[in-house]
Design a binder for this molecule. Structure first.
Ligand SMILES: [Fe+2]
Length: 328
């Protein structure tokens, strides 16, 4: 292997509570990671609701249909066993906090159940420095940044997500004291896009201080959340959106029952997604020249989005295989 080459298995947005076949998807990912001999595996958030789905603090008027359904019908999926499988993988394994982890749970409880070192943390592998961030914060009426907690954030949809100042300072110090190239993981996009970071400008001020010392140190930011396959370059940093391993959430407007009555009854939110026919994920290799993503091409379960009249934006049920050089 090249000097400074690292390979990791990247999956996101498994949503075990929505999918009838989430266990198969996870097993397929872990099998592929074995085959590809990755150095570590990482879940980029929205793995599952880690606890029972009875307590949610969101007001009734803002309660999304997926949460309302989860409160009515609890999933038959053995989520903690599947989590244990991920966590007993024979290579290092990491989690990023997704927003849905905190729909019926606190961050502290999730961190404990997932065996995470904290809401945000860093680790090293093969000469690379990885930072895992927690952007699950909203701004309340008083202007205070507040942790996502038992679904409270659905009452503040236009005021999320944020990275708090304390975490930005930790990020700056961690990167500036690092000798290695840096990759950051967050569930939400660290970009000024819809559903992206609200304090993007403040993040850029912090990153500018880092770039002043070393303009090339931060190589890449990885995010999930939007369930789309996309790559962009923003101010010299590659931002990679890893598609969901499972589905594209679309909501009641395009509700469609594709499976047996029994399955649809047990998994009442399945009708609100465009389910991917097979599990999709990326095997990501980083080296001195750039990154290579070995993806999985897939399709949607029928009827396809276009067959039920969906044309609002582009959706894909795959992870594209691609190679990109580091921006200079
Ligand atoms: Fe998600």
């Amino acid at each position: 292997m090249d000097k400074k080459s690292v390979k990791f298995g990247l999956m996101s947005d498994l949503h075990l509570d929505i999918m009838h076949d989430g266990a198969d998807r996870l097993h397929d990912f872990l099998r592929a990671c074995d085959e590809q001999q990755v150095d570590f595996i990482i879940n980029n958030g929205d793995f599952c609701y880690p606890k029972d789905t009875s307590k949610c603090l969101c007001s009734e008027k803002n309660l999304p249909v997926n949460l309302a359904n989860a409160m009515k019908i609890s999933t038959p999926v053995p989520k903690l066993e599947l989590l244990a499988e991920f966590n007993s993988y024979h290579k290092p394994h990491y989690h990023v906090l997704g927003n849905h982890e905190m729909d019926f749970c606190s961050k502290e409880e999730t961190i404990q159940l997932y065996g995470m070192p904290g809401a945000y943390y860093d680790f090293h592998c093969n000469g690379w420095h990885f930072l895992v961030l927690d952007s699950n914060f909203f701004k309340n009426e008083k202007g205070q940044l507040t942790d996502y907690y038992y679904g409270n954030y659905f009452d503040y949809r236009s005021e999320q997500p944020y990275l708090p100042e304390s975490q930005l300072q930790w990020m700056k110090e961690t990167i500036m004291s690092s000798e290695e190239p840096v990759v950051m993981f967050s569930h939400q996009p660290l970009l000024p896009v819809s559903r992206g970071l609200k304090n993007y400008d403040r993040l850029q001020e912090v990153l500018d201080e880092v770039r002043k010392e070393d303009p090339d140190k931060i190589k890449m930011c990885v995010y999930g959340h939007i369930h789309q396959d996309a790559l962009s370059i923003d101010r010299g940093i590659i931002h990679y959106s890893i598609n969901s391993i499972s589905n594209h959430w679309i909501g009641p407007k395009y509700a469609c029952r594709r499976f047996s009555e029994e399955t649809e009854e047990k998994f009442p939110n399945l009708q609100y997604v465009f389910p991917y026919e097979k599990p999709i994920y990326g095997m990501v290799t980083l080296n001195e020249e750039g990154l290579h993503i070995e993806g999985v091409e897939g399709t949607f379960f029928k009827p396809l989005p276009a067959q039920i009249g969906f044309d609002e934006y582009e959706v894909s049920a795959g992870v594209r295989t691609r190679s990109v050089s580091w921006p200079r």
